[in-house]
Ligand binder design. Structure first.
Ligand code: DNO
Length: 359
């Protein structure tokens, strides 16, 4: 398990590289050029700039999260070829600087969705919360109306330029069934995986969060069967998964440790975090500790350990602790605590395996 930490870049993140340096065992920074719109090529000079900055603090830049996929590719529009060519060029550029893993997602329009970014937990900390009835009640036109009424209405993962095109996008997705979305993913992967392969980069798709359709839009990266299907679309070690225990954990039917055991060789990158599910379909993010949420983080780490996992791992969304002002879910403290929990489980498994006192 190779520990990495997501960082949004200078001026864009409350956490600093020197702070990350003091978290035990973090070897690399998970990064992206967040200001480059989906569909555009990541310029080499910008990549090199960030490389120098991150490496200057003793971290590697092997993991990128994410290179976002243009909506026209997900929609299967004729213009997709142009954006796929740009995507290939970005893969090549990233290959030149030693990137080995690219995380991406194939969620129509929205990335992760929550209804409350600062819901208070019983210990006084706050965390991201999803209230199912609220999202279920929001149909596309209501959503568009809400955004038109309040142009500042936004959520993390909702890129402003996508929001301004929201009604147009809902209209465009009207006829995109799950089956069509699969076809569009297939088309994309058939073209980019050979390029990833040539450049030594493993593509790792992120599950949909939450792992079910929202606002009438299809979502397909949701469960074990669908990951099986994904891996068959293009049979290559470069076609892989970012297994996110928190995203998949929102659905009680997902046996995440089982997925780790089945897909271990196809998981270059793991996101490990916990969520607490409620019977009505709501969920809240908790500390990483197994007993604080509904996801058995210990068993998940055990499953990676059994498979001698040498891929990258990052803690994922954390709670906001001790009045920390940070990007929702991306503070320093709870993610650092999460890392120590993951190392604790991992090191004790190592010790048991080796039967020695040293980890
Ligand atoms: C949330 C993240 C996601 C992820 C993208 C990958 O915190 O896990 O936003 O970065 O879905 O493309």
């Amino acid at each position: 398990m190779r520990m990495v930490f997501r960082w949004y870049g200078e001026g864009n993140d409350s956490v600093t590289l020197p702070q990350i340096k003091q978290i035990p065992g973090v070897e690399g920074i998970v990064w992206a050029l967040h200001d480059i719109p989906a569909g555009e090529v990541w310029p080499m000079d910008r990549i090199l700039q960030l490389k120098e900055q991150i490496e200057g603090h003793g971290f590697h830049i092997e993991v990128v999260e994410s290179v976002n996929v243009h909506e026209d590719i997900k929609l299967g529009l004729p213009s997709r070829d142009k954006y796929i060519d740009n995507y290939k060029q970005t893969i090549e550029n990233l290959g030149k600087v030693g990137v080995t893993t690219i995380c991406y997602n194939f969620m129509p329009v929205f990335d992760w969705v929550r209804t409350d970014l600062h819901k208070e937990l019983e210990d006084g900390s706050t965390a991201l919360f999803y209230e199912k009835v609220k999202v279920d009640a929001m149909n596309p036109s209501e959503l568009v109306h809400k955004i038109n009424e309040n142009p500042d209405f936004t959520m993390p993962g909702w890129e402003p330029e996508r929001l301004s095109r929201l009604s147009e996008l809902f209209e465009a997705y009207k006829d995109v069934t799950e089956e069509k979305l699969w076809d569009h993913l297939h088309y994309f992967l058939e073209r980019i995986i050979p390029v990833a392969e040539e450049n030594g980069i493993r593509m790792a798709i992120h599950p949909d969060d939450p792992p079910w359709p929202i606002f009438g839009l299809p979502r397909i990266m949701t469960c074990r069967d669908n990951f099986r299907k994904l891996l068959k679309l293009v049979d290559s070690p470069y076609n892989g998964i970012t297994l996110c225990s928190g995203s998949l954990g929102a659905n009680p039917a997902n046996d995440i440790a089982g997925m780790v055991r089945e897909f271990a060789d196809s998981i270059p990158f793991a996101h490990i975090r916990n969520v607490r599910r409620y019977d009505n379909g709501d969920f809240i993010e908790t500390s990483h500790r197994a007993r604080d949420g509904s996801v058995d983080i210990c068993d998940i780490v055990k499953a990676y350990h059994e498979n001698d996992f040498t891929g990258y791992v990052r803690p994922d969304h954390g709670r906001h602790l001790w009045n920390e002002q940070c990007r929702p879910g991306y503070g320093l403290y709870d993610r650092a605590l999460g890392i120590m929990y993951l190392w604790g489980v991992w090191d004790s498994l190592e010790r048991t395996k080796r039967g020695s006192v040293s980890c």
